[in-house]
Design a protein around this ligand. Structure first.
Ligand code: NAD
Ligand code: ZN
Length: 358
């Protein structure tokens, strides 16, 4: 592997309250004849006023994404195959929603041009062809999915992203008005994904000044909104949206760490969602991130949210082993967190003891 990562970024970024209103103008030059734009919209917005503001024209189609479960490869394939059957080709896929919908939009765009199933491309740099034009418009902030080069999918045999240079969006629209009124718990779980990205990146061995610059800024924004301010207002949404972006940029050039590595095991076995799973784990990471864990607990208290406890009680040895296998497989995360000799530090026994606490 080459020494320095040369990473592909999002092509265009627009930021600002109300920037969603510019969507028609943004999409126009990317329309190819009468091939439609497909708007993949989080099912939360079905029947809501946002749908009426989508600049549909001609054969354009709005599809509501079912994000009850985190995205699966079969769901990506189904949407892409139906679109190919109905239209042959499309001008673009526009994802409007949380991290799950953004990931679905990226994956469907890639599967409009790449043959086979999305499960064939779970891994690093397996995608061979650029997808169709794709834009991402977050309505939740924290995951950094708007800037990342991956799209996390659960396939028949693994939970792994389609990680490639073709994966990042061509355009993102960061309009903080779209994250107003997210219920406190959901806003917290997704927001803490960003906070945890910062802690894992800044405390990791892969850190360089590029990651640090973004990570420190994102951390500062999280501290302002989740600790220092007494009320949540528009400015908090403005800041959270930029924290997510900067947090995502920070891990683009470093890696996440212990909370994510352990959380992936929970999500594999129990279907625990990314944001809440990270919070469940972060609540017990004093040994690895003493300051981050203490600060996280203050944020939990201040936001007055519940972090589930006892989710691993009553699991069998086989189930613990399954989670440990998934978690131990996340080698770069452990190496970033604990260094080259991580296997001497994080043994299976130690990891089992950690899972038992959750
Ligand atoms: P989500 O997209 O799974 O959505 C959570 C819930 O919030 C859903 O019920 C959704 O309908 C609802 N929702 C969306 N917008 C809303 C709004 N404005 N108001 C109220 N409710 C709203 O949640 P998330 O935390 O944003 O994303 C988690 C997903 O992101 C996981 O699938 C995870 O794998 C993925 N992820 C991807 C990356 C990446 O780099 N690609 C990074 C981290 C996480
Ligand atoms: Zn995350």
């Amino acid at each position: 592997m080459s020494k320095f990562r040369n990473f592909k970024m999002v092509d265009y970024v627009i930021y600002g309250r109300g920037s969603f209103n510019q969507l028609d103008e943004i999409l126009s030059p990317n329309r190819k004849g009468d091939a439609p734009m497909i708007f993949l919209v989080d099912h939360f917005f079905e029947g809501k006023s946002l749908v009426g503001r989508i600049p549909v024209q001609g054969k354009d189609k709005v599809i509501f994404s079912d994000v009850t479960y985190e995205p699966k490869t079969i769901y990506v394939d189904k949407i892409a195959n139906e679109l190919k059957a109905e239209f042959g080709t499309v001008s673009g896929i526009i994802g409007i929603g949380g991290g799950s919908t953004l990931d679905l939009a990226k994956a469907v765009s890639l599967m409009m041009t790449n043959p086979g199933s999305s499960a064939d491309y779970q891994g690093w740099d397996l995608v061979k062809l650029p997808g169709v034009y794709k834009a991402g418009i977050p309505t939740l902030s924290g995951t950094g999915a708007e800037v990342s080069r991956t799209t996390v999918l659960t396939g028949p045999t693994r939970k792994l992203g389609m990680n490639s240079d073709f994966t990042p969006f061509n355009q993102i629209v960061l309009d903080p008005a779209l994250i107003a009124n997210v219920p406190v718990n959901q806003r917290f779980y997704t927001g803490m994904d960003c906070y945890i990205h910062c802690i894992e990146s800044l405390q990791g061995t892969y850190l360089n000044e590029f990651s640090k610059s973004y990570g420190e800024k994102a951390l500062e924004l999280c501290q302002e909104i989740f600790l220092e301010k007494d009320t949540w207002d528009e400015v908090s949404d403005d800041k959270l949206m930029m924290a997510s972006y900067a947090g995502g940029m920070s891990i683009a050039y470093s890696q996440v760490g212990v909370a994510h590595a352990v959380s992936y095991g929970l999500s594999f076995l129990l279907g625990t969602k990314h944001g809440v799973g990270n919070c469940i784990v972060m609540n017990h990471l004093e040994e690895y991130y003493p300051d981050g864990t203490a600060e996280f607990k203050k944020m939990v208290e201040k936001s007055n949210v519940e972090i589930p406890e006892g989710i691993c009680s009553g699991l069998s040895d086989e189930q613990f082993d399954a989670m440990i296998n998934v978690s131990m497989g996340m080698k770069p995360l452990w190496e970033n967190a604990l260094g080259k000799d991580w296997e001497k530090i994080m043994t299976r026994e130690k990891l089992r003891a950690l899972y038992e606490k959750l």
